[in-house]
Design a protein around this ligand. Structure first.
Ligand code: URA
Length: 246
C-alpha cells in the first residue's frame, strides 16, 4: 500500500486534470474517510482510504488514449468562454463520452497531432519540464529558408524566455500552395515555440502543423478525425512517460 498526493489520485482517476484537482481540493470538495481535506500536500491511499469528490466515491475510469488531427481554428481546451470550437467538442462529435484532457497544447491556429487522455499519470510524465520527447512540426513559410537560417534554428535561437535547445531542421521544398515547406524537430514545449523560433530568424509562418509526437504520426488520419491508440501504442507511451520521470 502506498500513499499518494490527493491531486495525483484525482487526476489519475480521470476526474480532472492535476491543476483542476488542486482547485477542487482547495474548494473543500474532496473528503478522505469522511473528512474534508483542503490542503494540497495531503496524501491518501487508493486501496484503503475512502476518497470522495462532491460526496461521490472516486472511481478509477478505464484509461482512454486518443490521437486527434486538430484542425485550424479549434482551441485546445475543454470549454471556451468565447464560444470557439474546442478539442472537447471534436471528441463529443466523434461519439466519445469519456472525459479526456489534452496532453500539452496546440495553438488555435496550429493544426495536427494532439493527444488526449484521462490518464493523469501519463500526462504528468509527458509534461515533465525536462521533456525529451521529440515533436516534429511542418511549417509553410513565405520565403525559402537558407541553409544558414536552418542552421541557426538547429543550434538554438534566443527567445524572450531564453535560448532554445538544439533542434533538427530539414531542407525546404516548394509546396503545392506556393509556400516553402520544411520540418523541424524540437524537444521542448514552450508557448508558441515554433512560431517564435521561425520569427526570430525572419521567417513568416503561414501554416503550422504538428506531424509527429514521439513515435506517433498522423498517418492516414484526416483533419478533424481522431482515433484510439492501440494497446501497444499506449504501453509504449506509458514507458516513455515513466522514463521522463526517472
Ligand atoms: N509551437 C507553436 O508555435 N505553436 C504550437 O501550437 C505548437 C508549437
Amino acid at each position: 500500500m502506498s500513499s499518494e498526493r490527493l491531486q495525483k489520485i484525482i487526476s489519475a482517476a480521470g476526474a480532472a486534470s492535476r491543476r483542476q484537482a488542486e482547485t477542487m481540493i482547495q474548494a473543500g470538495r474532496v473528503t478522505v474517510n469522511g473528512k474534508i481535506v483542503s490542503e494540497l500536500g495531503a496524501k491518501a491511499d487508493w486501496q484503503t482510504d475512502r476518497i470522495e469528490l462532491d460526496g461521490e466515491p472516486l472511481l478509477r475510469a478505464a484509461p482512454v488514449y486518443l490521437l486527434l488531427n486538430k484542425p485550424y481554428g479549434v482551441i485546445t481546451s475543454l470549454s471556451d468562454p468565447q464560444g470557439r470550437k474546442t478539442v472537447a467538442d471534436l471528441v463529443t462529435l466523434a461519439g466519445i463520452s469519456d472525459r479526456v484532457y489534452p496532453v500539452g497544447r496546440l495553438d488555435y491556429d496550429t493544426e495536427g497531432l494532439l493527444l488526449l487522455t484521462n490518464d493523469g499519470e501519463l500526462t504528468q510524465g509527458l509534461s515533465h519540464p525536462k521533456f525529451e520527447i521529440e515533436k516534429e512540426y511542418q511549417l509553410d513559410v513565405e520565403q525559402k529558408p537558407s541553409p544558414d537560417v536552418l542552421k541557426k534554428l538547429e543550434q538554438g535561437v534566443m527567445l524572450a524566455d531564453g535560448m532554445t535547445a538544439a533542434a533538427k531542421a530539414f531542407a525546404p521544398v516548394l509546396a503545392e500552395n506556393g509556400f516553402w515547406r520544411f520540418r523541424i524537430v524540437i524537444h521542448e514545449g514552450r508557448n508558441r515555440q515554433v512560431r517564435r523560433m521561425a520569427e526570430s530568424v525572419g521567417l513568416v509562418v503561414r501554416r503550422l502543423k504538428r506531424v509527429r509526437y514521439a513515435f506517433l504520426t498522423l498517418n492516414g488520419l484526416a483533419t478533424g478525425a481522431l482515433r484510439h491508440l492501440t494497446a501497444e501504442e499506449a504501453t509504449r507511451l506509458q514507458e516513455l512517460a515513466r522514463n521522463q520521470r526517472e
